[in-house]
Design a protein. Structure first.
Length: 427
C-alpha cells in the first residue's frame, strides 16, 4: 500500500497543472436535478442488451434537443452524439453503456424495476444491477453542460452511448463495443482518445485506475464430455462422464494454481456450470461444463488455453471419454494508455481532491470498453458509489440484487466527464 501511494504521488507530481481545466460549477449544478430524474427513470425501465430501444430513444431525443449531430442504430441500438466546437481542434470520445441485466431487483427503492425481458428464450426479471442507468444519466448531463459551452470549445466531443456491454446475447456474434468498433465508429468521427467510467462499491466520489492492465480479459470456456450411458449400479459397463467432469474441474484448478506464477500476472480460471444427467441412477452419456477465464497477459493467456485444451483432452481419454473444448472472448484486457493515465491524474484531482488513486490494483472483472482501447488510446476508471457511511467492503457488489448507486456521486461523474473533455481539448 505504501508503494502504491508513493507511486500515485509521483504520477500526480509528474504532470503539472497545464492539463487542468475547471468545469463550470453553475451549469453542472443546474443540470443535476435532471440527471437524478433520468437515472431513476432508466432504473425503473431497464432493458437488456440490444433491446435498449426506449433508453436509446430518450438519449437521442436529449442530444438532439442540445443541437448535437445524432446518429442512431450504431452497433444495433447504440447512439452517438457529436458536439463540434466553435473552432477546430482534437477529437475526444466519452462513453456510457446502456444495458441492464437479467436480475430480480431487491433494493426496495421506490423506483425499483419490475420490468421483464426475454433472455435465452425465457421471460426473466430485468434490473440495472450494474449501474449503467447512472452511466447514461451522467453522460447525458455532461453533454448538456458541454453543449452550453460550444462557443468556447476548440475541437470535437463524441458521446458514445453503447448497447450490450454485458456481452453479446445468445445468437449474436459480437457485443456492443466490438460491434461499434467493427462498424468504424472511432474512425468515422476521427476519435483520437476515449475515456469511460464505471460506478462500483467504494468511498463516495473516489476515483481510481491504473496504467496498462486494469481490468481482466474475459473468456468464456465451454467443455463437452461424451461417454457411454449406463446404469448407476454398473459403471464399468459405460464411460462415466460424471467422474470425468470431476477430474476436469480439478485439472482446471491445478492448472492455475500450479502452472501460473501469481506474483507476475493474476489469473482466474473457474468452472461455473455443470449440466449432466436426468436421473439419480443413470450415468449419462454427456456432460456440459462452462466457465470463465480472467487474465492480464495475452501470451500467458494463450499458453494457458493451449495447456487446458491438451490437459482436458488427456483427462477425458483417461476415462475413455472424448472432450470438445472451445473458448470465446467476451472482453479484451482493459489496457489504460500509460501516457494518458498519467495525464488524467491531475485532471481528476480537480474533480475529487484527495480521492484520486492512479495506481490501483488490477481487478479480475471485465469490461468491453477494452475494444475501443485496442483502436485508440484510452483510460477507463472506477467511481466509488457506496452509500454514505457504508463500508465499501460490505456494500452489495455490482450484479447483485441489492446493488445501488449513491446518487450523490452522479455530480462527480458529470464533472469528471466535462473536465476530461475540456482538459483534453485544451491541452
Amino acid at each position: 500500500m505504501i508503494r502504491t501511494l508513493a507511486f500515485a504521488a509521483a504520477v500526480l507530481a509528474a504532470f503539472p497543472a497545464q492539463a487542468q481545466v475547471r468545469a463550470p460549477d453553475a451549469a453542472i449544478a443546474a443540470v443535476m436535478p435532471d440527471v437524478v430524474t433520468w437515472r431513476r427513470d432508466f432504473h425503473a425501465n431497464p432493458e437488456l442488451g440490444f433491446a435498449e430501444h426506449r433508453t436509446a430513444a430518450a438519449v437521442a431525443a436529449h442530444l438532439r434537443s442540445l443541437g448535437l449531430e445524432v446518429h442512431e442504430g450504431v452497433g444495433k441500438t447504440g447512439v452517438v452524439g457529436v458536439l463540434r466546437g466553435a473552432r477546430p481542434g482534437k477529437t475526444v470520445a466519452l462513453r456510457a453503456d446502456m444495458d441492464a441485466l437479467p436480475v430480480q431487483e431487491a433494493t426496495g427503492l421506490p423506483f425499483a424495476s419490475t420490468a421483464t425481458g426475454t433472455y435465452m428464450g425465457n421471460t426473466v426479471p430485468v434490473a440495472h444491477a450494474c449501474g449503467h442507468d447512472a452511466h447514461v444519466a451522467m453522460l447525458m448531463g455532461a453533454a448538456e453542460v458541454l453543449a452550453g459551452m460550444k462557443d468556447r470549445i476548440s475541437g470535437t466531443i463524441v458521446f458514445i452511448f453503447q448497447a450490450a456491454e454485458e456481452g453479446a446475447p445468445p445468437g449474436e456474434p459480437l457485443g456492443g463495443a466490438a460491434l461499434m468498433v467493427q462498424e468504424g465508429v472511432l474512425e468515422r468521427f476521427g476519435v483520437e482518445a476515449i475515456f469511460g467510467l464505471h460506478v462500483v462499491p467504494g468511498e463516495p466520489g473516489s476515483v481510481w485506475w491504473r496504467p496498462q492492465g486494469f481490468m481482466a480479459a474475459s473468456d468464456r470456456v465451454d467443455i463437452v464430455l461424451r461417454g457411454k450411458q449406463t446404469h448407476g449400479a454398473w459403471p464399468w459397463k459405460g464411460v462415466d462422464v460424471i467422474a470425468a467432469s470431476a477430474a476436469v474441474v480439478q485439472t482446471v484448478n491445478t492448472l492455475t494454481s500450479r502452472t501460473v506464477d501469481p506474483t507476475t500476472t493474476p489469473t482466474v480460471f473457474t468452472i461455473a456450470t455443470l449440466d449432466a444427467g436426468v436421473r439419480y441412477n443413470i450415468i449419462p452419456d454427456q456432460a456440459v461444463l462452462s466457465g470463465t477465464l480472467r487474465t492480464f497477459d495475452v501470451a500467458q493467456r494463450d499458453a494457458l488455453v493451449a495447456r487446458a485444451e491438451t490437459a482436458i483432452g488427456h483427462v477425458a481419454a483417461a476415462h475413455g471419454a472424448t472432450a470438445e473444448f472451445s473458448v470465446r472472448q467476451n472482453a479484451a484486457l482493459v489496457y489504460n494508455d500509460p501516457e494518458l493515465s498519467g495525464w488524467l491524474a491531475p485532471v481528476l484531482e480537480t474533480v475529487s481532491p484527495g480521492k484520486v488513486n492512479p495506481a490501483a490494483p488490477p481487478t479480475t472483472v471485465a469490461e468491453d470498453f477494452s475494444y475501443f482501447q485496442k483502436q485508440v488510446p484510452g483510460v477507463f476508471f472506477h467511481l466509488g458509489a457506496s452509500a454514505d457511511g457504508a463500508d465499501p467492503a460490505d456494500s452489495p457488489p455490482n450484479h447483485s440484487p441489492q446493488f445501488d448507486v449513491n446518487e450523490r456521486v452522479l455530480e462527480t461523474g458529470v464533472r469528471a466527464h466535462v473536465t476530461i473533455a475540456l482538459s483534453f481539448l485544451a491541452d
